[in-house]
Design a protein around this ligand. Structure first.
Ligand code: DUC
Ligand code: ZN
Ligand code: ZN
Ligand code: ZN
Length: 492
C-alpha cells in the first residue's frame, strides 16, 4: 500500500487555519495533507472516514504531576506514569511534560532526571518529557544545566511558595541567569508565600479550618504581587519565563502589560480557572477538598470571563491541565488521608493541593465552544510544542516533519451531550472536580505516531503501556532573551 493510514473527510484544524483535507500517514509521520478527495487513488492499509469532523493535532499538556512524593500537603500523587499517560491518551493528549522533582536535600538534578526516567521508562501510553523542578539551586545543580540540555531538557520549574520548594528572590535570580546562559525556559509558580502563611494564621486564630478557607488563605493579591515580582526578576536578567496556572485576571493584566512592552513573558492558565469557582470548595462535609488547588478557583464568572479573554487575546500562551492527582479516600483505610487526630474534621492547610484533569482538559475546552478552532489548537497543542522545543514534530501537521499525532472529534450532531462521570475516566483518582458536568465533545479517536490508541466507539483504550516514547527537546522557538549578549553586571 502507498500509506499505512489515511484519514479522509476531515476538517483539519491547525493553529493557522481549518481546511477540508485528507491526511496520509506512513510509519510515525504525516506525509501529506491534501485537499479533500486528493487521496482517492491512493492505497492504504487502513482508512478512517472522519465524516466531516474536526481533526486537531494531538494535545500537548505541558503541566502534569505524576508519581511525586508529598510536596503540596499530606498525600502523594495517585497517578503513576502509566495511569497518568493512559488518562492523557483517552482525553486526546498525546504528549505530556511531567515534573522531575528535585528535593531540597539533594544537590544534583541529573540524579533526579535519571530517577524520573526510570519511573517512566516503557510504561507510558503517551509520548513524554520532563521539566526539572529545581528546589535547591546549588552551585552544583546550576553547573548541571548544560548537561540537562544535552539530555534533551530545555525547561525548569521553580516555586515562590510551599515550604518544601520555595526559592527566595536571590535563588530565583541565580536560576534565571543560569537558565538564560543555557537556552532554558523557566516556569514560575508565583504566589507570595508570606501572605499565604499570614492569612493561614489569621484563619487558625479564628478556628476556620474547612476546605473553603483554602481559597481565603490564597487570595488573588498573593498571585498578583508574585506575578509582578517574577516579571521584574525576569526583566532584570533578560531571561524568558512562563508564569504557570494563572487564575487571576488582575495578574494576567501585569503579564499583558509586560508582553506589550516586548518582554519574553509567557503564561499558562488551566481549566479549573475557567470552570470552577471558590464556591466549589464550599460543600457539605469535606467534599470541597476535591476542588482544592493552588492558586484556588477564584470568585465568580467575572474571573472566568477575564481568563477566557486572556486566552483569546494571546496573554495566555498555553492552556495546561496542572493534573496533580490525589485520592479523596485512602485506599487502605477508607479515611481521608490528610485528616489526623489533631484536627478530626480536617484542616485546609493539610489538604494536598491539586486536581486531576489531564483527561478532561481538551473535552472541557472543546465542549465550551468558546475559542475559535485555530486558537483552541494553538493553546492546547501548538504553543506548548513551540515553547518547550518540540515544534514542528509536535503541535502541527507539517508533512515529513510532524509526528502523526492527532485527535478526530465527533462530527457535528453525532455525539449526544452527556454528563461526565468519574467512572468514564482512566486516571487512578477516585473523583473528578467536574462530576456531572455536561460535555458536548470527546475525542472519538486519539492517534499517536500513526497508531490508534483510543477508539471510543470500538474498544476504547486500544493502545498499550509502553507505546509512548521519551521526547528529546530543543530550545524554545517562542520569544527568548531580548539581547544576544551575555548578561553583564557592568550593564548596571
Ligand atoms: N498547585 C496545585 O494545585 N498542585 C500542584 C502544585 C501547585 O502549584
Ligand atoms: Zn504550581
Ligand atoms: Zn464559568
Ligand atoms: Zn502544578
Amino acid at each position: 500500500a502507498d500509506y499505512d493510514l489515511v484519514i479522509i473527510n476531515g476538517l483539519v484544524a491547525s493553529a493557522e487555519d481549518v481546511i477540508e483535507a485528507d491526511i496520509a500517514i506512513k510509519g510515525d509521520k504525516i506525509v501529506s495533507v491534501t485537499a479533500r478527495g486528493g487521496l482517492k487513488d491512493a492505497t492504504a492499509t487502513k482508512t478512517i472516514d472522519a465524516d466531516g469532523a474536526y481533526i486537531t493535532p494531538g494535545g500537548v499538556d505541558a503541566h502534569v504531576h505524576l508519581q511525586e512524593p508529598p510536596l503540596f500537603g499530606k498525600g502523594s500523587s495517585a497517578d503513576t506514569f502509566e495511569t497518568g499517560s493512559r488518562s492523557a491518551i483517552c482525553g486526546g493528549t498525546t504528549t505530556i511534560i511531567v515534573f522531575a522533582p528535585q528535593q531540597k536535600s539533594e544537590d544534583t538534578l541529573l540524579a533526579t532526571l535519571e530517577a524520573t526516567h526510570a519511573k517512566a521508562n516503557k510504561v507510558c501510553y503517551s509520548d513524554y518529557s520532563f521539566h526539572l523542578l529545581v528546589a535547591n539551586p546549588s552551585e552544583n545543580a546550576l553547573a548541571e544545566f548544560p548537561a540537562l540540555r544535552k539530555a534533551g531538557i530545555s525547561s525548569l520549574k521553580i516555586y515562590m511558595t510551599y515550604a518544601a520548594l520555595k526559592l527566595d528572590d536571590g535563588q530565583i535570580l541565580d536560576v534565571l541567569l543560569a537558565a538564560r546562559e543555557n537556552g532554558i525556559t523557566t516556569m514560575i509558580h508565583a504566589e507570595n508565600n508570606d501572605l499565604i502563611l499570614w492569612m493561614t494564621a489569621q484563619l487558625e486564630k479564628r478556628k476556620m479550618f474547612q476546605p473553603k478557607y483554602h481559597a481565603t488563605s490564597h487570595p488573588a493579591m498573593a498571585e498578583i504581587e508574585a506575578t509582578y515580582r517574577a516579571i521584574c526578576l525576569s526583566e532584570f536578567i533578560d531571561a524568558p519565563i512562563l508564569l504557570v496556572h494563572i487564575s487571576s485576571p488582575a495578574a494576567a493584566k501585569h503579564i499583558k502589560e509586560a508582553q506589550d512592552r516586548g518582554l519574553p513573558i509567557h503564561a499558562e492558565t488551566c481549566p479549573q480557572y475557567l470552570f470552577l469557582t471558590k464556591d466549589d470548595l464550599d460543600k457539605p462535609g469535606f467534599e470541597g477538598a476535591k476542588c482544592v488547588c493552588s492558586p484556588p478557583p477564584r470568585e465568580s464568572e467575572v474571573d472566568h470571563e477575564g481568563i477566557w479573554q486572556g486566552l483569546e487575546n494571546g496573554t495566555f500562551t498555553v492552556l495546561s491541565s496542572d493534573h496533580c492527582p490525589f485520592l479523596y479516600d485512602d485506599n487502605q483505610t477508607g479515611k481521608k488521608s490528610c485528616i489526623d487526630e489533631e484536627y478530626p474534621d480536617g484542616h485546609f492547610k493539610y489538604i494536598p493541593n491539586g486536581c486531576p484533569g489531564v483527561e478532561t482538559r481538551l473535552p472541557l475546552a472543546m465542549s465550551a465552544g468558546r475559542l475559535k478552532m485555530t486558537k483552541f489548537v494553538e493553546v492546547t497543542s501548538t504553543n506548548a510544542a513551540k515553547l518547550y522545543g518540540l515544534y514542528p514534530r509536535k503541535g502541527a501537521f507539517v508533512p515529513g516533519e510532524s509526528d502523526a499525532d492527532l485527535v478526530i472529534w465527533y462530527p457535528e450532531g453525532k455525539l449526544e451531550p452527556f454528563a461526565l462521570k468519574n467512572k468514564m475516566l482512566h486516571h487512578n483518582v477516585d473523583y473528578t472536580p467536574y462530576e456531572g458536568k455536561t460535555l458536548k465533545q470527546w475525542p472519538r479517536y486519539t492517534i499517536l505516531r500513526g497508531k490508534v490508541m483510543w477508539d471510543r466507539d470500538d474498544g476504547g483504550l486500544v493502545g498499550k503501556a509502553g507505546d509512548g516514547a521519551f521526547l528529546h527537546r530543543g530550545q524554545s522557538s517562542l520569544k527568548g532573551p531580548l539581547s544576544t549578549e551575555p548578561w553583564d553586571i557592568r550593564g548596571f
